[in-house]
Design a protein around this ligand. Structure first.
Ligand SMILES: [Zn+2]
Length: 684
């Protein structure tokens, strides 16, 4: 591992900091924190922290000895001084006289000693930093180090690899007790470079920023060299058998890993998937599956992201998906029972004071296919998958150079249910569609875009499909980094199939389809070209049917219901003169919706429609509005609000109707009218 220190970058950061009153040491502290945070082999998703001891003035201008420390859960790679709260050092050090300090008291004490009273909470490992005397202290869960120390003889390995440079602190849960133990070990052993925290990670220190940082790099390099020298040859991965596609397997797994809501009939607690199948993953699955299936985190804080063991499923053979589905449901059932038992046993041990987290897996391993990270959102699923990959790599290298050993089950429980760890996950006020995956066709248009955004706002993961990829991308970009844009021509079966495969590969499945793609054709029905009518049917009817069929296939594999929502337009209910080529397929679309409601109600799949009228969009352009208003001798405003309520109806109003229908678990075969009131178009 090479040092990332670039003298010019460090100087530039110091110079820039000086302009906004940031001291030299603090600027370099930000620099090394970012350098460490940027390397995924050192720091992954909040798994590391850094500190600087210096002097600073408080709000009254009084100078005091302080320690800047990374805020709990902050991203080191993008850290700014605001993510490094300063705490008065003397009061923290004085705590060493205490035998124990309860966590809530410790957090309150830290907050009371913040220089800025509204700064975020400091890292849960703050006391370890406070007790060590060095000016700069950095801590990571470096991958290579974990492979070396997560072993039955971790202490001997530490001595063998690092000599006297690092002293060994036996495993203790992060917090006050570990900090006390660490300083005792430090004072006794006087290591030159830092500490190994058994089954947890590495600490290095120094009197200047570069020294503390580069000692981390040197020590991790020693671990890497040790692995390279001692790595036993491994059996080559067996050739891949005839595995089913990820698109076919993922919805089965997602469905098996969903939980019926006890309180609301028809509701499910669902998870979102993230798939990984790099060469390292497939090799580890081929060679180390037995050891991996026993679980065991490689560093304690991973337990809040991945739970303590994975769900291991059998090979998913092509053409044998029914067997695989059966196995997936059986194995998930066993996983859930095991998790509940684990919780009950350890909750009893700690006095029955904990509340169980959901018992669903967060990592699923499928030999010869890959691994799935699971989470309540796509970003959580990505974190689970990243940590699972790290876990595979650490276990794999530990097994090559010795034998992997994790902390005990009781120790894992104590971290998993430690309130300070759970606090990293943030407050859990979830929007109503959290965990659901929605696909919107025609997502580049006005109604499609507004609907995609409204669904995302309600917590759904969103896929924007459009024949115009740029339009779909604009919608996805307006939503955020995890929204997916896919080019899809709903008039071409292969295009629909490949788009829905992408949906299942990317998110693991689908719960809500908004069949919205459409275009208008006109003509007097007795004289119109058959070709015009066929084109309109191809898009406005068959296009929606293709999308609905593709969605149904995924929903049936998941076995957790779902909903199909169709944009039928007012034309389905109240035809306009010379608008037959558009209105007739829309009327057929309404019948299609009812047929889906009838045929799939028994599978918990709902089908509903929105009957919207006079919305500014690709169908009702500004020029067209001008022309129609002029023809009727009214203003554009009066034309657009020419309804019973006298209010213009917008794409956002239609979007809200779709969101409501997605949430109405007891409504199917229904049509929601969004037109400001038009008696002639009222449902009867
Ligand atoms: Zn740590």
């Amino acid at each position: 591992m090479k040092s990332g220190w670039v003298e010019g970058d460090a100087e530039a950061l110091v110079a820039r900091g000086a302009k906004s009153g940031i001291a030299h040491d603090l600027a370099l502290f930000v620099y090394i924190t970012r350098l460490l945070g940027r390397d995924r082999k050192l720091v992954l998703h909040g798994g590391g922290n850094t500190s600087l001891k210096t002097r600073a003035r408080d709000g009254f201008g009084v100078e005091a000895e302080v320690m800047y420390v990374k805020a709990s859960g902050a991203d080191m790679a993008a850290i700014e001084p605001a993510g490094l709260p300063a705490v008065r050092l003397e009061p923290l050090r004085a705590l060493r006289a205490r035998a124990t300090v309860a966590d809530p008291e410790l957090v309150a004490f830290e907050r009371a000693n913040l220089i800025d009273p509204v700064a975020p909470n400091p890292s849960v490992e703050i006391m370890l930093h406070a007790f060590l005397p060095q000016k700069f202290v950095v801590h990571t869960h470096a991958q290579a180090v974990l492979s070396v120390i997560d072993q039955p003889a971790g202490e001997q390995k530490c001595a063998e690899v690092f000599g006297g440079r690092l002293a060994f602190v036996p495993y203790l849960m992060p917090g006050f007790a570990l900090a006390k133990k660490a300083i005792e070990v430090f004072e006794r052993a006087k290591p030159s470079n830092g500490l190994i925290l058994g089954k947890h990670g590495i600490v290095t220190f120094g009197e200047d920023a570069r020294e503390a940082y580069e000692r981390m790099i040197q020590m991790v390099s020693l671990a890497e060299d040790f692995i390279a020298r001692n790595r036993k040859a491994r059996a080559a991965a067996t050739a891949r058998r005839d595995a089913a596609s990820v698109a076919a397997v993922a919805p089965i797994i997602r469905g098996a890993c969903s939980q019926k809501d006890d309180k609301i009939e028809g509701a499910w607690r669902r998870l979102v998937l993230e798939f990984r199948n790099g060469a390292a993953v497939l090799n580890a699955l081929a060679v180390d599956l037995t050891r991996l299936s026993e679980g065991g985190v490689v560093t304690p804080d991973h337990t809040i992201r991945t739970k303590n063991w994975p769900l291991v499923l059998p090979h998913a053979g092509r053409g044998k998906l029914a067997d695989f589905a059966q196995a997936a449901h059986n194995e998930t059932g066993k996983f859930v029972a095991r998790y509940r038992d684990y919780f009950a046993r350890h909750n009893k041990r700690v006095g029955g004071i904990k509340r169980a987290l959901d018992p669903l897996p967060r990592v699923v391993l499928v030999p010869e296919l890959g691994l799935f990270g699971l989470g309540r959102t796509k970003s959580e699923a990505i974190v689970s998958a990243d940590i699972a990959e790290e876990w595979l790599a650490v276990v794999s290298n530990a097994e090559r150079t010795g034998r992997f050993e994790s902390i005990s089950e009781a120790e894992m429980f104590d971290v998993e249910y430690w309130p300070l760890e759970q606090a990293k996950l943030g407050a859990r006020a979830e929007p109503p569609l959290t965990g659901q995956i929605a696909v919107v066709t025609g997502a580049g248009g006005a109604i499609g875009r507004a609907t995609a955004q409204a669904l995302a706002g309600a917590g759904a993961e969103v896929v924007a499909l459009d024949i115009d990829l740029a339009g779909a991308r604009a919608t996805a970009n307006a939503i955020g980094p995890h929204a997916l844009a896919v080019e899809c021509d709903v008039t071409v079966a292969a295009s629909v199939q490949s788009a829905f495969d992408r949906v299942a590969e990317t998110f693991g499945g689908l719960d809500i389809l908004i069949a919205n793609a459409g275009a208008a054709w006109q003509g007097r029905i007795g004289e119109v070209d058959e070709d015009v009518l066929r084109k309109s049917f191809e898009l406005n009817f068959y296009g929606q049917q293709r999308a609905a069929q593709a969605a149904i296939k995924i929903m049936l594999a998941q076995k957790t219901g779902g909903c199909l929502l169709f944009n039928v337009s007012k034309q389905a209910v109240n035809p306009g003169a010379n608008f037959g080529p558009y209105g007739i397929p829309k009327a057929a679309l309404m019948a299609l919706m009812r047929q889906y409601a009838l045929d799939y109600g028994g599978d918990g799949i709902r089908a509903n429609a929105v009957n919207a009228d006079r919305i500014r969009s690709g169908l009702l352009t500004e020029d067209f509005i001008k022309e129609r208003a002029k023809a009727r001798g009214v203003s554009e405003k009066d034309y657009m609000s020419g309804n019973l309520l006298g209010r213009e109806v917008t794409a956002d109003d239609v979007a809200q109707a779709f969101v409501h229908l997605a949430l109405e678990l007891k409504t199917t075969a229904g049509v929601t009218t969004v037109d400001g009131g038009n008696i002639a178009a009222a449902m009867r």
